[in-house]
Design a protein around this ligand. Structure first.
Ligand code: HPA
Length: 251
């Protein structure tokens, strides 16, 4: 089963013609409730589980999302591969507004979030996960192939800086992130990505660049949030086209 985590611009799949709805299901987790019930269904004969990360009415800000319950629930639903949509601000020149990218690295600037399943005294010794490559390379390759099959341009690299939010960054913070090697900035990539690894899920982020980051280009003085929302609506259409192609390609 393939999982789709919807970001800011995608809170539901129903009404979407290729999606055959089966049921909405709440899974019991050790961490409480997920952001919303998991929506189960099919696209092109592929079983799909959808979760709107911010909740059905977009009510959970990035630092309050129950990432542990979300990933746990997807695994309980039977998901193996997770495509996570994320709107981001573009920092380096190739990551201009309107671009879609599959980041291959991240830097975590978040704090105070529940970020691990290995939180208690570990009776069998402390567990560490390898996180050298934070995203599943095999799954990323398949996504890139499907993008090619449906004629969508997706950048095959990039470092995603994950900030705490919910406020946007200062221009100086973005200069610092650029100095740290970041190509894009968003607020929800962590701890989602490392929890997926802890749970053994194959996880990749599809980043949608919806604005120039603070202080960059047209965001020199201010970020136009209305324009960003509009870009994000149109990019979600392209992201869904890619997701359908992945389903029909059997990924
Ligand atoms: N910064 C952080 N998160 C974001 C941005 C941004 O500029 N745009 C969309 N999500």
């Amino acid at each position: 089963m393939i999982g789709l985590i919807g970001g800011s611009a995608l809170t539901e799949l129903s009404g979407f013609e290729d999606f055959v709805f089966q049921e909405k299901k709440n899974f019991h987790t050790p961490y409480g409730a997920s952001s919303a019930p998991i929506v189960l269904g099919r696209i092109k004969n592929q079983s799909v589980a959808f979760l709107p990360r911010h909740g059905e009415s977009h009510q959970w800000p990035p630092h309050r999302i129950n990432y542990r319950a979300n990933l746990w629930s997807l695994r309980e639903a039977g998901v193996k591969n997770v495509l996570a949509l994320a709107t981001v601000g573009g920092i380096s020149p190739a990551f201009e507004t309107g671009v879609m990218a599959l980041p291959d690295q991240l830097v975590d600037y978040t704090w105070g979030r529940e970020f691990t399943l290995y939180d208690d005294e570990q009776v069998n010794g402390v567990t560490h996960i390898d996180f050298t490559q934070p995203y599943c390379q095999v799954f990323r390759e398949r996504i890139l192939q499907s993008a090619q099959h449906c004629g969508l341009n997706v950048l095959d690299h990039g470092t995603y800086a994950v900030t705490q939010g919910p406020r946007l960054e200062t221009a100086a913070e973005i200069r610092r992130l650029a100095h740290d090697g970041a190509d894009m900035v968003g607020m929800t990539g962590m701890p989602e990505t490392s929890l997926a690894r802890e749970l053994g899920l194959n996880y990749a982020t599809l980043a949608l660049v919806v604005n120039a980051a603070a202080g960059q280009g047209v965001s020199g003085k201010k970020i136009d949030l209305q324009a960003a929302a509009q870009v994000s609506r149109s990019l979600v259409g392209a992201a869904l086209k890619l997701f359908i192609k992945m389903c029909s390609d059997g990924h």
